[in-house]
Design a binder for this molecule. Structure first.
Ligand code: GLA
Length: 717
């Protein structure tokens, strides 16, 4: 029986194989293997990470690399995964292998847990690995617990530690700032440490997104080369450390940023780290992204396999300056455009301190009587009359000092009691480590939903980092605040999801200040950036597309950079989850007609764009042209987007090879989404090509016209 079970486990790709009397532990997906071995000293070593090894007999030849989860205080000289201080003052930890078990969680998903323990101190560490076979994705996290009499202090607590030993390492980061998110920058790593981290608490990703590309032996390429793409599911301070040691080996540590966050762990309690997700591709970043998208839709994102609503948002059309009449007129616009929903943004609440600007009112979630005398109920009814849904903006984790909430509950606010307050966007963060505050934040959503059950969507904003860090609730455990804040947030989101399981919500944080996969368990989509200039968006969307599928990427047509015509702006937004944030009265009839048609075209293309495979064909970083395409899973339909930004005079353009089609199938190519009356370019009127031709010879997608764009539909005959 044991033999049968062992064989079954091997077949499932989560095998344990005995060699030289020490077990190998293989954590495998369809195309990747991560292999550990217990050394003669009883400690656990990583011995492989890379392309799947199909001959288990070879494992014996694998060199022991570094210890799997390096602890502080022993013989290692580089960055540890775990550093604890025991309550007798001893700072060391030595982990020995105890056992491991593997089980199938669901078809195609297996979990391996490796248990390690110190023989001197009763500290237990469990390394978890969840392998998604088809999607070639691994999720890892760690559980730390102990049985010492008094609390043990954790100073470092990585989710995951991985080792690589290659000729060269190239790291691509996605950094930036407000309105300029995800600038992709690649650098070669040499001896020493490169750290990507944030200390912002809330709005944690304002300067740096929690994901990266690590290319091995050469720079990252779209369709070739070995690359590890990783991201942390944590809506707070994160840290990735890439350290190249004296021997040229690289260790990668991913987890919560331990900065100012030493954590006292009481006996018997389990410290569970957030999840680190990664995929290892031997076919470049394109394949890695597609695997991430498939996994995210199927397993991670809220309602990941469902469709998404198109919408009209009033923010850029009105900012804070609106009344019922204006909103109803915008709902007329929404209905005229044919979108699914109207989204009311900031500025609808506060009475003692009406929210006429970002200086006041945050925290007081009652409609401003003077502005909306008939309340939200009137608006949801008006939306219903027009056959559209109604969505609402909230920012429930925050407070303006000029608000009734602040006056009533100063103890709920993160601030230093004995210093002048520092404000970011005139506001402060509520202390979500406090269960009373969690109730309050849950109550914002629950209260609105109870009063107005017709609300069909929330945009949940978070515009401030944590400043003036001090919690009245945590008393002498101040260093828990960054961590407990995020845990408190998850408790609230969990309650919302339990009560309103399919309520779609957009995650927003002053643009893309929050963009992680743990948050996306509770949100259907996120706002990438307050910068909606279509040229900038080409870069920003390109960046996020490395890890997130199109259905999570909110992309709105606005009036930023109207030098780029309405078609260009709409074509850019159609590559994500399409919305509009524009006053239709600023468009002429032809432009409105184009937008109406575009909404219908988009609706018809949703299964391809939102659920298909993304192929990034030409990078905006490579010059004045960019192109991406989406291919339906059955390869019967595709849509190609091509953009000319500011080409030089008489610049040479070149044919672009499509990807992801079937070589032996015939496809009809037609230019769609044209301005009313515009003719398709020659060769794009429904011409028939083989998939082979389209992928080998390619199409002349680019022109030398500035701010020009084209959308081609490719349909199998
Ligand atoms: C943030 C968001 C914007 C908008 C404003 C409202 O900046 O990113 O989309 O909602 O807040 O104040």
């Amino acid at each position: 029986m044991r033999k049968v079970l062992l064989l079954l486990a091997c077949l499932l790709g989560m095998a344990c194989v005995k060699a030289a009397d020490q077990p190998f532990i293989r954590i495998g997906t369809k195309s990747t293997d991560l292999i550990y071995k217990v050394g003669d000293n009883g400690r656990l070593y990583q011995c492989y990470l890379g392309k799947k090894l199909t001959h288990p007999a070879d494992w014996e030849h694998l060199p022991l690399m570094s210890e799997a989860y390096v602890t502080h205080g022993m013989e290692d000289y580089f960055e540890p995964a775990l550093r604890v201080l025991h309550n007798d003052g001893n700072p060391s930890l030595l982990l020995k292998y105890v056992s491991h078990e593997a089980k199938e969680v669901s078809p195609g998903v297996s979990e391996t847990v490796i248990t390690l323990k110190d023989e001197q101190y009763p500290v237990l560490v469990k390394l978890h690995y969840v392998a998604y076979q088809e999607e070639n994705l691994l999720k890892t996290f760690t559980e730390i617990s102990h049985e010492e009499k008094k609390p043990v202090t954790l100073y470092r607590y990585a989710s995951s530690m991985l080792h690589m030993d290659r000729g060269a390492y190239y790291l691509t980061e996605f950094s930036g700032d407000w309105a300029s998110e995800t600038h992709m920058q690649e650098q070669r790593l040499a001896f020493g440490k490169k750290v990507l981290d944030t200390k912002l608490g809330a709005r944690a990703n304002m300067f740096c997104s929690p994901f990266f590309l690590l290319s091995l032996d050469g720079k990252a390429q779209e369709n070739a080369g070995e690359v590890l793409v990783g991201t942390l599911g944590w809506t707070g301070n994160f840290r990735f450390t890439f350290e190249v040691d004296n021997g040229g080996a690289l260790r990668l540590l991913a987890g919560i940023n331990p900065y100012a966050s030493e954590y006292e762990l009481p006996r018997g309690e389990v410290f569970r780290t957030p999840d680190f997700y990664f995929t290892y591709s031997t076919e470049g970043t394109g394949k890695a992204s597609r695997d991430f998208h498939d996994w995210a839709r199927k397993y991670q994102v809220k309602d990941g396999t469902e469709s998404r609503m198109t919408l009209l948002n009033n923010w850029e059309a009105t900012y804070f300056d609106f009344d019922e009449q204006k909103l109803v007129k915008l709902m007329d616009d929404a209905a005229r455009l044919g979108v699914d929903m109207f989204l009311l943004d900031d500025g609808w609440f506060g009475n003692q301190y009406p929210r006429h600007s970002d200086t006041q009112g945050l925290g007081d979630w009652q409609e401003t009587q003077a502005k909306l005398p008939h309340g939200i109920g009137f608006l949801t009814a008006e939306a219903r009359k027009r056959g559209i849904k109604f969505g609402l903006w909230i920012e429930p984790e925050m407070v303006n000092p000029k608000s009734e909430l602040y006056e009533k509950h100063k103890d709920w606010v993160i601030h230093l009691p004995n210093r002048e307050e520092y404000y970011f966007r005139n506001q402060l963060v509520l202390d979500l480590s406090n269960p009373e505050v969690q109730d309050h934040v849950f109550g914002v959503v629950d209260g609105l939903m109870t009063r107005y059950p017709d609300i069909a969507f929330f945009k949940w904003d978070c515009n401030s980092p944590i400043t003036n860090i001090y919690s009245a609730y945590l008393e002498d455990r101040q260093s828990h605040l960054y961590v407990d804040y995020v845990r408190g947030l998850y408790k609230v989101l969990e309650r919302i999801r339990a009560k309103y399981p399919h309520l779609p919500m957009m995650l927003c944080s002053g643009g893309g200040g929050r963009s992680d996969y743990e948050a996306l368990r509770y949100f259907t989509e996120f706002w990438l950036s307050d910068n909606t200039d279509p040229i900038e968006r080409l870069f920003i969307q390109w960046g996020y597309s490395h890890v997130f599928p199109a259905k999570t990427l909110c992309a709105h047509v606005t009036s930023w950079n109207s030098k780029a015509g309405i078609k260009f702006r709409t074509d850019v937004a159609m590559m994500g989850k399409l919305g509009f944030d524009i006053d239709l009265s600023h468009l002429d009839e032809r432009e409105v007609a184009f937008c109406q048609q575009a909404v219908q075209t988009y609706k018809a293309l949703k299964p391809v764009i939102l659920d298909g495979n993304l192929y990034r064909l030409v990078s905006p970083y490579s010059g004045q042209h960019t192109s991406s395409m989406y291919v339906s899973k059955d390869q019967a339909r595709a849509v190609v987007f091509a953009f000319d930004v500011y080409p030089r005079y008489a610049e040479k353009t070149w044919p672009v090879r499509l990807q992801g089609l079937e070589a032996n199938r015939m496809y009809r190519v037609k230019e769609i989404n044209r301005m009313p009356g515009a003719k398709p370019a020659a060769g794009d009127e429904g011409t028939l090509y083989s998939g082979e031709y389209l992928m080998t010879v390619g199409l002349p997608l680019f022109t030398t016209r500035s701010l020009n764009s084209r959308v081609l539909e490719v349909v199998a005959k």
